[in-house]
Design a protein around this ligand. Sequence first.
Ligand code: FMN
Length: 472
Amino acid sequence: MKKIEIIGLQTIPLIEPGNDLAEIILDALNREKLSLVNGDILLIAQTIVSKSTGMIKDLREIIPSKKALELNEKIAPKMRAKDLPEKSPELIECILRESKKILKAEHVIITETNHGFICANAGIDKSNVKGESKITVLPKNPDKEAEKIRMHLEKKTNKKIAVIITDSFGRPFRNGSVGVAIGISGMNPLLDKRGHVDLFGYKLQSTIIAQADNLAAAASLMMGESNEGIPVVLMRGYNFIWKEKSRIDSLLRKEEEDLFRINESLENVKEILKSRRSYKIEFSDQHVNKKIIENCIEIARWAPNAHNAQPWRYIVLEKNETRIKLINQMNEKLKKDLKREGKSQEFINNKINKTRFNFIEAPYLILPCLDKKDLEKYHDSERDQKEFIMAVQSVSNSITYFLLALHAKNLAACWYCAPLFAQEIIKETLNLPSSYLPLAFITIGYPKKEIKAPSRKDLTEILFYSEHFKKR
Ligand SMILES: Cc1cc2nc3c(=O)[nH]c(=O)nc-3n(C[C@H](O)[C@H](O)[C@H](O)COP(=O)(O)O)c2cc1C
């Protein structure tokens, strides 16, 4: 008869920071008249590993960051709508600190933890820990903790065993949580069955079994979730190949190979495209890091452009004397233009004040230019003109990429056409090469207020199939 035994250790005491888990497990085995044999697997609940290694936080000692407060504002109404208990900004702060990426923030927060696990609330647990304001966070390095326990037990018992640290995660597409492995030692978490034959002699092509997760799920039947108090399970009779060096991250699918994450990033793109706004009001006084601007210009280089000529140039105007001098000179021209058009003094003053405010006060002002040097030359004025249009289109594409990149970094921006009407003044004041054509100003800063989306034409007004224009 083939069987696998799942034995729950029932005499593990409540664990405190600093406890030696390996010794505690040995004591429990002794009390329960059990001794380890070669090939045994010990499955240990994350909570006790976190507690013993001091991974407990007191929410009263956490100061939420601006990001945590913003996230709280975003998700609190969604949690209320679902009648779920709200998360405190302090808890959200802890989730952020334990995560490298937030994948979803709805009525739950799904993150990629610093280890690379994808789970709700970065694996932070409020249950099974004493104290209203206390939480446990996942062990920093669960593989290392599993290894420490295995080494200690093997030394004391002279038996070759494996140790798995388990947690329970929810799953996409299916309801309910299951036990999963988050740390391992002594066993490969994956069992590669490729090349083996099935019952009918068919050679398996792609079967790789997540044996560590299967074992964790089986152990979770015994551990339970609430007050069962069985945080350590001994699994006996499962055949596995013993392995000295093992890592849990072989269970984690690489982002670029994960079809579902690619879809999700497309969802993010849609969100970014639709939520970008032209920000024309006062910026907040939050400092803008120059590196972020440079990173966004780096992204702007990837815009589609005619002949891959990349005729764009970006000139960063920091908040200094040069910028003030430039805006004042542009305004002198603007005044004259508006006077010539017969505008009233009041209109002119308003316009001048507005441009001063927009362009002098913005934390950053960027001047995208078209470098005519990159244009192809034809001996045909019509072709030359189309080439110029293509160059303008190309720079425009790049500016759009730039705006979207800024938006993805939570920066607000607006595209202004003013430089088109003062190209010579700009070139002269900034001493630009003669081939540069200033095309726009982009004001950049952190937003102070949210901007409402202006309306968009209905799809029926802008989308046509060729039949629509056919002569009747
Ligand atoms: C080529 C171009 C020139 C623009 N020039 C100005 C401008 O001079 N002043 C201004 O307030 N907004 C300017 N805008 C911003 C538009 O007003 C804005 O994109 C439009 O109203 C749609 O709003 P949204 O960007 O928030 O979707 C310009 C946008 C583009 C693409």
